[in-house]
Design a protein around this ligand. Structure first.
Ligand code: FMN
Length: 166
């Protein structure tokens, strides 16, 4: 099935449920080199007058380098399907394996972005800002339990430039 371009504002599925329960793939790079990884932390909303996506990526992820090197990334949602593929892309690293092949996903190369033919919803995002989380900002003691004193997430704030659905 072909993707069709819509406004992100016409999507009424819960962003919290989609991310937290169904998960998504964040992908950066092109046919000349890309990587993808599963995410469940993040959000969708508005900032600086733009519809925006917020993702949180630990620096040790192989995908991190691709996010740094490219102006754009995509977020692919699968509507609760492809859970096995997403579990694989969230446990293995593209440093060691061809995750896409192993997961049985089909890459779609579109300009300077990459996403997956099996997705039901794709957000094409353009980076606007990045911030590293630091422990001095933690107000709830439990937050620090997510870290071992290092490898704090980097937040990328990105404009949602295009929304594709099936
Ligand atoms: C359900 C799920 C959600 C995840 N969410 C995130 C996330 O939001 N941020 C992050 O840095 N890692 C997250 N991960 C971990 C990465 O997906 C995982 O470390 C992955 O293997 C990194 O792949 P890479 O090294 O090829 O980039 C998640 C893993 C799973 C299974």
């Amino acid at each position: 099935m072909e993707f069709k371009k819509v406004s992100i504002r016409s999507i009424d599925q819960s962003a919290v449920r989609s991310l937290a329960e169904d998960w998504a793939l964040v992908t950066a790079g092109t046919k000349d080199g890309f990587n993808t990884m599963t995410v469940s932390w993040g959000g969708l909303g508005e900032i600086w007058g733009k519809d925006a996506a917020f993702i949180f990526i630990r620096p040790q992820r192989y995908t991190f380098g691709f996010l740094e090197a490219n102006d754009r990334f995509t977020i692919s949602f699968f509507g609760g399907a492809q859970k096995k593929a997403l579990a694989l892309c969230g446990s293995k690293s593209g440093r060691d394996t061809d995750k896409v092949k192993e997961a049985g996903l089909t890459s779609v190369f579109d300009g300077d972005t990459t996403y997956f033919a099996e997705a039901t919803l794709v957000l094409k995002c353009r980076k606007m800002a990045k911030y590293d989380l630091t422990p001095d900002g933690f107000l709830d003691d439990e937050v620090a339990d997510n870290y071992d004193g290092t490898n704090y997430h980097r937040m990328f704030i990105a404009e949602i430039e295009e929304t594709l659905i099936k």
